[in-house]
Design a protein around this ligand. Structure first.
Ligand code: V07
Length: 261
C-alpha cells in the first residue's frame, strides 16, 4: 500500500519535495515520550539511565523530523505532575536541558533549528532556566525546524492562565464578553504563533493524553506506539508519519474540523 513512498532522497531534491506534498507530511508533530523508566527497568538499570538514553532519541528524532519536512516538533519533556516523582529523579531531570544543550546545541544551530519552550519556566531551577533561555536566544534567528520543548507544562494550568488573562482584559474593558471566541482563547494559550499539532505520537503503550495540549489537540490525529521512547528510532517516526498520511488520503476532500458540523 505504501510502495510509492520513499523517504530516502535528499531533502533538496525537487521530486522529493513533490513527493512530500503527496505524502502529506504533518507540519506540526507533538510527542509524549513515555517508557523511559520501563526501558531502564527491563535492563536492570536505574530509571535515570532511561532518561539519559531518551535524550539521544530526542536528537535522532529531531534530525529525522527535519529531514522529512516537519516544521514544528513539540516534545513533552516534563509535566506539572512530574514534580511528584522521587527527588533524585526530579533533580536529575532538571539537569537534562543543560546537558542536552551542552551536547547538541552546536549541531542544532548548524541544522538551522529554532529552540522554543512552553510551560511555567519560572518554577525551574536557575541553571535549567538559564540553559533553556540561552538556547532560545542563540537560535532565535534560525529559520528551520522549530523544536518546542514543553517543560513544566500542563494543559489545565495553561487554560487557567489564559482564562485569567481574558477575564482581566474584560474587567479592564480591553475586551467585551461577546468578543471571547475560540480564536481569542487560542491566542491566549502558550504558543499562539504555532499551528495546532497535526499528529500526536505517544510511545510506551499507554493510551492517554496526560494533560498535554488538550485544547490544541481537538482535531489532531493520534498515534500510539508500544515502543519505549529510547527504542523509538527513525523508522518508528516514518511509520507514524505513514499512518498519518494514509489517514489524510482517506479523508479525501474533507477539511479538518468539518466533522464537527
Ligand atoms: C528530558 C529526555 C526526553 C524524554 C523525556 C524525559 C527526560 C531534552 C530536554 C530539554 C528540555 C529543554 C531544552 C532542551 C532540552 C529535556 C527534561 C527531560 C526535563 F531547552 N530531554 N529532556 N528536559 N528527558
Amino acid at each position: 500500500m505504501f510502495e510509492k513512498f520513499s523517504f530516502n532522497m535528499g531533502k533538496k531534491d525537487k521530486t522529493n519535495r513533490d513527493e512530500q506534498r503527496d505524502l502529506k507530511i504533518p507540519k506540526h508533530v507533538a510527542i509524549i515520550m513515555d517508557g523511559n523508566g520501563r526501558w531502564a527497568k527491563k535492563r536492570g538499570l536505574p530509571r535515570i539511565a532511561g532518561h539519559r538514553e531518551a535524550m539521544k532519541t530526542v536528537k535522532r528524532v529531531t534530525k529525522e523530523a527535519d529531514r522529512l519536512g516537519v516544521k514544528v516538533l513539540t516534545l513533552y519533556t516534563f509535566s506539572t505532575e512530574n514534580w511528584k516523582r522521587p527527588k533524585n529523579e526530579v533533580d536529575f531531570l532538571m539537569k537534562l536541558p543543560e546537558q542536552f544543550l551542552n551536547t547538541y546545541l552546536v549541531e542544532l544551530i548548524e541544522q538551522n533549528v529554532r529552540v522554543q519552550a512552553m510551560g511555567d519556566l519560572s518554577r525551574l531551577p536557575s541553571y535549567t532556566l538559564k540553559a533553556v533561555e540561552s538556547a532560545i536566544e542563540r537560535t532565535k534567528n534560525n529559520t528551520g525546524l522549530v523544536l518546542n520543548f514543553a517543560l513544566n507544562y500542563g494543559s489545565h494550568a495553561e487554560i487557567v492562565d489564559a482564562v485569567k488573562t481574558i477575564v482581566r482584559k474584560v474587567q479592564e474593558q480591553e475586551l467585551v464578553v461577546e468578543e471571547v471566541t475560540e480564536q481569542v482563547i487560542s491566542q491566549h494559550l502558550m504558543c499562539p504563533s504555532l499551528p495546532d499539532p497535526d499528529l500526536l505520537i505517544r510511545t510506551g503503550g499507554e493510551l492517554r493524553l496526560s494533560n498535554f495540549m488538550l485544547w490544541q489537540l481537538a482535531y489532531t490525529e493520534l498515534y500510539f506506539s508500544e515502543e519505549y521512547w529510547p527504542d523509538f528510532d527513525e523508522q518508528s517516526l516514518r511509520n507514524a508519519i505513514q499512518s498519518f498520511a494514509a489517514r489524510q488520503r482517506r479523508y479525501g476532500g474533507l477539511e479538518k474540523g468539518s466533522e464537527k458540523n
